[in-house]
Design a protein around this ligand. Structure first.
Ligand code: MN
Length: 161
């Protein structure tokens, strides 16, 4: 059983995703308003985040970046779901920090397989040594690609309340 956070503004998709995940023995929790998604993720501590890309308020791409830059959520696998698969979409989604991408209307089989793969990959990483903790290569180019994760103004705080 895995805890899976779903961020999706469409009620029918929420129902579909939740039913699918529950049928596979998982514990889904859904957020419809992406402005609440980061707080929900911090509270729920999911094993996997599934997010729509076309969301009002905070886009799925922005949400993926916010999760990646969060101190506690940075390593959580993210699967993006999107209705549009224009050229370059997958690259943008992966560049933002999602590991997987499924287009709508979803194939039930592909959806379930992708969830399983991401959860398995995550377990494998947890079982092995954490490579992120031991940077072996002092490559200035790879350092240049590291996101600047110093907290911006307004991002700090919130833990106390
Ligand atoms: Mn949507």
């Amino acid at each position: 059983m895995a805890k899976i956070l779903i961020v999706e503004d469409n009620a029918l998709n929420i129902k579909l995703f939740c039913d699918l995940l529950a049928a596979h023995g998982h514990k889904p929790e859904a957020v419809t308003d992406s402005r609440n998604a980061l707080d929900a993720a911090r509270a729920f501590e999911p094993d996997l985040v599934i997010t729509d890309i076309q969301l009002p308020h905070v886009s799925g791409l922005d949400l993926i970046r916010m999760i990646r830059n969060d101190d506690n959520l940075g390593a959580v696998p993210i699967m993006a779901v999107t209705a549009y698969s224009a050229q370059g979409d997958e690259e943008r989604i992966r560049a933002a920090g999602a590991q997987a991408y499924v287009s709508k209307p979803i194939s039930v089989v592909r959806f379930a397989e992708t969830v399983d793969e991401l959860l398995k990959d995550d377990q494998d990483r947890g079982a092995a040594a954490m490579p992120d903790d031991q940077p072996e290569i002092d490559d200035p180019e790879s350092r240049a690609n590291q996101p600047d994760d110093s907290p911006g103004p307004g991002e700090a705080g919130g833990e106390g309340d």
